[in-house]
Design a protein around this ligand. Structure first.
Ligand code: APR
Length: 245
């Protein structure tokens, strides 16, 4: 009961903060896609909690070294464990689309590579780690929307930042610019344990840092509001409050 009441009070406070925001930015991770059936990476049932084919560590598979050495296993893993075809928006995504349409939400910065924010209808999305919706041929540069074989016979790879690679500098610059501009930042569904992405939060200098996450994060102490709750549930309730007012 007490926790329920506390959660409702925090949701009301978040709705107030969002309504009064001048420049709202959203920063998200795998937890935002969880209610759309996408597995997160860490945590007890996360993708990284088990070996693939009882042999390969997923983080190892998702590295540039492994991709170049063992594309067959890499492609099988991505197809089996990171499927993006047919994913549907959850009510948290729909709330972000509503806030963007209302001109309240300026930009989404995501660590996810599942294209779900765009599928949901958001326009201003910065993909820090790229997307599995974009593939290209290393030899001729031909672009594709999914894994395929290139006519030139070249190696086709996803436009995703693999372990051992640098993030795209233009993307990073765009994200840092938005974080700097923001007066309100919502961080949701991310463990904030992966760098450099987690470091970029430091560029936010605004008044309200809000964290919505099932688990605690290292930034909780810096936040003006922490909601340990379900991303989709919380944002859906917030959007409904704003719609009514
Ligand atoms: N609502 C709110 N929080 C949730 C939900 C949910 N429905 N489901 C999971 N979470 C939280 C978990 O508590 C966890 O803290 O989301 C977080 C997910 O953390 P990770 O699995 O570490 O995912 P993420 O932070 O996005 O990982 C960052 O690591 O593996 C690399 O490149 C990959 O982009 C990824 C990066």
């Amino acid at each position: 009961m007490k926790n329920e009441k506390e959660l409702e009070e925090k949701i009301l406070k978040l709705a107030e903060i969002i309504k009064n925001s001048k420049y709202l930015v959203f920063f998200g991770g795998a937890g935002t896609s969880a209610d759309s059936g996408v597995k997160t990476f860490r945590g007890k049932d996360g993708l990284y909690s088990s070996l693939y084919k009882n042999k390969y560590r997923p983080e190892e598979i998702l590295s540039i070294d492994f991709f170049l050495k063992n594309r067959k296993i890499f492609n099988e893993y991505v197809k089996e464990k990171l499927p993006i075809e047919g994913l549907k928006a959850n009510k948290g995504h729909k709330a972000l689309v509503y806030l963007e349409k209302e001109g309240i939400l300026k930009t989404i910065i995501t660590q996810n590579i599942d294209d779900l924010h765009q599928v949901s209808g958001n326009k201003n999305v910065i993909e820090l780690h790229g997307s599995l919706k974009r593939w290209y041929c290393l030899d001729c540069g031909e672009k594709f929307t999914k894994n395929t074989t290139c006519e030139c016979g070249g190696i086709v790879r996803p436009e995703v930042t693999l372990y051992g690679e640098q993030l795209n500098q233009k993307t990073v610059d765009d994200a840092i610019y938005e974080l700097y501009e923001a007066d309100t930042l919502i961080v949701a569904g991310t463990s904030l344990t992966v760098y450099p992405a987690a470091y970029y939060i430091k560029y936010f200098k605004g008044k309200n840092l809000i964290i919505i996450n099932n688990d605690e994060t290292q930034y909780d102490t810096h936040a003006s509001l922490v909601i340990n709750g379900n991303f989709a549930e919380v944002l859906d309730k917030v959007a409904n409050i704003i719609k009514k007012n």
